[in-house]
Design a protein around this ligand. Sequence first.
Ligand SMILES: Nc1nc2c(ncn2[C@@H]2O[C@H](COP(=O)(O)OP(=O)(O)OP(=O)(O)O)[C@@H](O)[C@H]2O)c(=O)[nH]1
Ligand SMILES: Nc1nc2c(ncn2[C@@H]2O[C@H](COP(=O)(O)OP(=O)(O)OP(=O)(O)O)[C@@H](O)[C@H]2O)c(=O)[nH]1
Ligand SMILES: [Mg+2]
Ligand SMILES: [Mg+2]
Lengths: 290, 274
Amino acid sequence: NLSQRFQDIIKKLTGKGKLSVEDVDAALKEVRIALLAADVHLSAVKAFSQNVREKAVAREILESLTPGQQVVKVVRDELTEMLGPGTGGITVSSYPNSLMLVGLQGSGKTTTCAKLARIFKKKGKSVLLVGLDLKRPAALDQLKYLAKQEGIPCFAEQGAGAQATTQKAQEYFRAHHFDLAILDTAGRLHTDSDLMAEVKAVQDTFRPAESILVLDATTGHVALSVAEEFKRWLDYDSIILTKMDGDARGGAALSCRYVTAKPIRYFGIGEKTDDLEPFYAERLASRILG
Amino acid sequence: IARRTPLSSSQWEELQVLLLEGDLGPELAEQSLENLKASLERDATLEMALANLRAILLSLLPADEGLRLVNPPAAILFVGVNGTGKTTSIAKLAHSMREQGRRPLLVGADTFRAAAGEQLQQWATRLGLPFIGHEIGGDPSAVVFDAMEMAASRGLDPVLIDTAGRQHTTHNLMEELKKIKRVLGKKKAGEPQEVLLVLDANAGMNAIAQAQVFHETLGVTGLILAKFDSPARAGFLFSIARQWQLPTKFVGVGEKAENIRPFSAVEFLDQFLS
Ligand SMILES: Nc1nc2c(ncn2[C@@H]2O[C@H](COP(=O)(O)OP(=O)(O)OP(=O)(O)O)[C@@H](O)[C@H]2O)c(=O)[nH]1
Ligand SMILES: Nc1nc2c(ncn2[C@@H]2O[C@H](COP(=O)(O)OP(=O)(O)OP(=O)(O)O)[C@@H](O)[C@H]2O)c(=O)[nH]1
Ligand SMILES: [Mg+2]
Ligand SMILES: [Mg+2]
């Protein structure tokens, strides 16, 4: 099993008194395999390996008293840095404002909207949940149900087109003097230019403090192009990594960080509205390394 | 190594990238390339390598097979982790079954998630098909029991059972699925006739872990690969096939009722290597 291979390499490395460049390269090969098995995109794996190698073959590492431990530390520190900044959470600098959640189908947007709404309500803000998924059967019912459960007002109207509904939602938000609108959008493929243009129009209307890419922790190599395309269309501000309560290693997060350097704000860790945990880079680094 | 193998090292690199970026996984990619090396002559071209690679990967997949249903009303249980496309896949399959002259029953046995029952019910209304469900918070096994009764009394077949998404790592939720399966078997011997695991084509290696646990828990009879209209290539399917010989029966290629088709190993291979 792959993570056992990596553990064995670590043991070998830390057990050795002296390290050669060849030893480091052998270890880095195992690190690359571990990262690929964790769903980190090949391009990100190569870049990461190169960064680590430059640092790990430095004289002071190889000639130190515990070179093996030093190399492992370089791997962990470099991964943590690439995943950083270190801690998460969302800060909205001024009100009234909005947050917009976007992403692929089924990634956890609607559920995460309710989770964020709960957090901001707890901070004393008046929150309006806004349902802009007019396509998926019962999407608005889903958001309305969660909103009711949290005691949070919800604008969720079916029947008009995307543009008209967005306008109407904004008018409602302003007329009732809410602090924060949290916008739930329909799932979409990054390759669907009509749908990407549609969500860009929502962003142009609301100008949210943060456009958040909601990314399923099980996402594979496609995460790289998802990050690139969502950045190209929306220049999104941050990421929330969902379904971390499963056993997906979450390497997709590193792929996204590699191409866009947008901060990760939270981990989704379950289906309930309090199942949102602030992001910790070290924690994700350990998980990705297995 | 570059001197001993027929292809140039940059061409081997190209093949490695092709496999890894398609989510084949590092282990199976390495193994496949080793087998490929062994299968090639000294003067082999990249074209020959691709042809051999195609054969190697194709041999990992079981023969194409559709639903195996006898004795109506036949129950089909749909399972999988959160958000993979279970509910939508049921709607699509029900639509195609009705086009084929069958009379499917849509069963809302996801009594946990907000508006899950409504979602399937709205699909049923849209498609003009019968639906049965209970209140949120109800016992999914009770829904399933009532559904089999309804199907028998009204001559509906097959019975398509939607279940709540769940992580395979959550023990009590996997136990809940076992119970649903037991209740079905008690109500009518031999049911469910199919247990279909719905996988998200955008997933990476975790799909393999999902397949393992759902299969060990329930005995999966087939896979549905949803969201294959994504550019993701779902290479994990090869690992799953190699380890447990689970056939992929259907592929979802969009969000509309008609966006589902029977799986073809040859078509899947063409797309994977394109
Ligand atoms: N286990 C787990 N499930 C989650 C998490 N976040 C969301 N879910 C579940 O994932 C499934 C999909 O969540 P939704 O909120 O409907 O996803 P969505 O992105 O709004 O889906 P679309 O609107 O169809 O694109 C549901 O079953 C949720 O309960 C999480 O952090 N952990
Ligand atoms: N592009 C695309 N989207 C799909 C496909 N199948 C399902 N979806 C979308 O994926 C999202 C989730 O689908 P659901 O059917 O609700 O998934 P689920 O597995 O029932 O989700 P839970 O019950 O919450 O676990 C919805 O937005 C669907 O429209 C597909 O083949 N292609
Ligand atoms: Mg949604
Ligand atoms: Mg569902």
